[in-house]
Ligand binder design. Structure first.
Ligand code: AOF
Ligand code: ZN
Length: 367
């Protein structure tokens, strides 16, 4: 196998940490000799071994000699002491001869210093192998480590005529199985998921990651006046999956009922429209180390998040079907922009098909 093949194996291992490592990056490592894999490892959970050490320990456990071997790592090895000791030192001590790196680590504590430490020690370093794939895998980490604000993805599914429900309010289902599975994969790698109370009332969603071994995001309900039904699924399961109800209400009696069910009540100021401020919620989450928020509806919340300029990326699923209906809602509500020139523009766009559906994604450009 060549460098790219071995890095793609490292990428596969990295993904095993999805949802468990946040706000750390997903990192995978493969140790190889003459193009053949002799050990693998990944960063498995926040605070746990880094990928490099996991691979070195796997080799030790299997009695495999790594001196003179090459290691493929999806992210530049760290050279600082955090919850774990520096990987660069571990690689030097183990006698690794060559290090192949996917993404540079923008963490100011690392940022190029990891690679320099290795080359100073006489190790050959090759950088940028499958860099695009490695960067894409860690879009959340790369954003959060440099801005300290959560990576916010606005996700919605609509028909080709721009409806997220029929005129009578029915929305199950717009996209097919394959697209819905991809959404669950996204839920698994995001630290939190946010919906408006209208969506909770209309759909009674669980907002969990329903794939094998998947990690559930923290659920955040944007509920200005504490209207979340007491028997909603998110309230009933708040002891298993953390649920935050963000509100402007000061009604302590109602708040206590949600708290008794295991929910956290987060008091936030109102925005200009009188809704619980999305910007304030996102800021609070970021301050707690929550590196990512997936916004899953509805239209009012989507608009507030765009207007507050907190959306980092849009993930739009378009189903090849039409609902029609004068009053059938679209994915983004609110007041909307005043003129076409005021539109929110997407940059770095990608278009792909998932099953019968189309998924269009891109970063939001606020300038
Ligand atoms: C690596 N390999 O597998 C990971 C790295 O607190 P710590 O010690 O876990 O350090 C976290 C930082 O280390 C994180 O912000 C990122 O810069 C880097 N993560 N580095 O060499 C890994 N997970
Ligand atoms: Zn490390």
């Amino acid at each position: 196998m060549d460098d790219r093949d071995l890095m793609s194996v490292a990428l596969r291992h990295a993904r095993l940490g999805a949802g468990k490592v946040n706000p750390n990056p997903m990192v995978g490592a493969v140790i190889a000799r003459d193009g053949a894999i002799i050990a693998t490892g990944h960063h498995d959970h926040f605070g746990g071994w880094h990928a490099e050490r996991a691979a070195l320990e796997a080799a030790k456990r299997d009695g495999v000699d790594v001196r003179g071997a090459t290691i493929y790592v999806t992210l530049e090895p760290c050279c600082h002491t955090g919850k774990q000791p520096p990987c660069t030192q571990a690689l030097i001590d183990a006698g690794i001869a060559r290090v192949v790196v996917g993404s540079p680590d923008p963490n100011p504590l690392v940022a190029g210093k990891g690679v320099r430490r290795l080359t100073d020690a006489g190790i050959e370093v090759t950088q940028g192998v499958l860099r695009e794939e490695c960067d894409a895998l860690n879009e959340i980490f790369l954003h959060y480590i440099t801005t300290r604000t959560p990576f916010v993805m606005l996700k919605y599914a609509m028909t080709l005529d721009g409806r997220i429900a029929t005129a009578s309010g029915l929305s199950r289902w717009i996209t097919d199985e394959a697209a819905r599975r991809r959404v669950h994969e996204d839920r698994g790698r995001f630290a939190s998921i946010m919906v408006g109370v209208g969506t909770v009332i209309a759909d009674d969603p669980q907002l969990t990651c329903r794939i094998d071994g998947g990690h559930d995001p923290i659920r955040v309900i944007c509920d200005t006046d504490l209207r979340t039904p007491r028997d909603a699924a998110v309230v009933a399961t708040a002891r298993e999956t953390p649920t935050i109800i963000a509100t402007c209400s000061t009604d302590e009696t109602r708040a206590r009922a949600y708290r008794d069910a295991g929910c956290e009540i987060l008091h936030v100021p109102a925005d200009a429209d009188g809704h619980a401020s999305v910007a304030a919620i996102v800021e609070t989450l970021g301050g707690r180390g929550v590196d990512s928020v997936m916004i899953e509806g509805g239209g009012e919340l989507a608009w507030s998040a765009l207007r507050d300029q907190v959306v980092t990326k849009v993930s739009a699923y378009v189903a090849p079907k039409l609902f029609g209906g004068r009053t059938a809602p679209g994915p983004v509500g609110g007041a909307g922009v005043g003129a076409p020139d005021d539109a929110f523009l997407l940059t770095r766009r990608t278009v792909a098909t998932v099953g019968d559906d189309i998924v269009i994604e891109g970063g939001v450009d606020y300038v």
